[in-house]
Design a binder for this molecule. Sequence first.
Ligand code: BGC
Length: 374
Amino acid sequence: MQCKENKKEILTETQTTILEKKLIINKSEFGKMPDGTIVEQYKLTNKNSIEVDIITYGGRITSLKVPNKRGDIENVVLGFDNLNDYLNENPYFGALIGRYGNRIANGKFTLEGNEYTLAINNGSNHLHGGLVGFDSVVWDAEPIEGTDNTALKLTYLSKDREEGYPGNLKVTVIYTLSNDNTLEVSYKATTNKTTVVNLTQHAYFNLTGDFSKDILNHDLVLNADAFLPVDSGLIPTGEIRNVKGSPFDFTSVKKIGKEIEADNEQLKLGGGYDHCWVLNGKKGNMRFVASAYDETSGRFMEVFSEEPGMQLYTGNFLDGSLPIPNGGTYNKRTGFCLETQHYPDSPNQKEFPTTTLKPGEIYSTKTTYKFSTK
Ligand code: BGC
């Protein structure tokens, strides 16, 4: 009896090891682009059954499954289950954003005396890299298996004058899922002509795991004493405004929905939160920047970043026109984005931290999302 029990245990252990190895990274075909290019999907799994699915189209996270406090594993990012829905217009679900996260006023900037004109795709402005940004191109992918983590390396060459930007920009983004339940996104880029770069990740989170619910009950903390007020085109005015005493103050725990409908000129302009917060601490240093908690599921997410800013976007423009894979539609405020980045419109605002990248320099930045329950 004793012997049988032991044998069973050993067998289970061996099976687990095999299972872990097999599950660690799994590749499948997600669909085909109109020109026939195959879009692959990679599934990264850690030992605690956290699973992240990433497709080569836009380097998009299509699903991120994490346990709730009862151990139920559910998807916490908005997405689709087929390529067509991603090819149809959608607000950057799960996508990598580049060359420039957020808006550049009138799609124009001057660098080293040359004026550049970018694609205009948001009113009179340039948004998230233009008409075909990094969210809408197919990246090359290479899985990397580590001892305590598993990663997917994505690379893309953005050619000189793509969407109007100068220089051939070589970009590498690595998604790393670790056994300590963190998902790290690390970005690197080099150029052969002076250009601007501001990369970010556009996942929409809903920690309830139930996309029929909105995100207004999430408890949010932002490590930021100031934010950037915007004009009617959502371009920062240049002012850096203290959040104290305003609906923009998330320096201690507050529900996203608590003041989102307050009578506030900035909230009206954004239709809710759609602003860049000026993060505390030194840019370039990895530090705590935000946390979100959903009491019903117990899911807790902490965000750490090297970036100086973070756009909180509360899904104000979601309007029930896009399908949820299991049924229903994504309604207003069913997701929130925490887009760690440099400030919008920096190429035109000399007081903001620079987004200029010169030949010989390496653009390098990291953001980490850590999941737990409480
Ligand atoms: C922007 C919003 C925009 C959304 C989706 C966010 O990063 O700040 O204004 O609507 O992305 O496109």
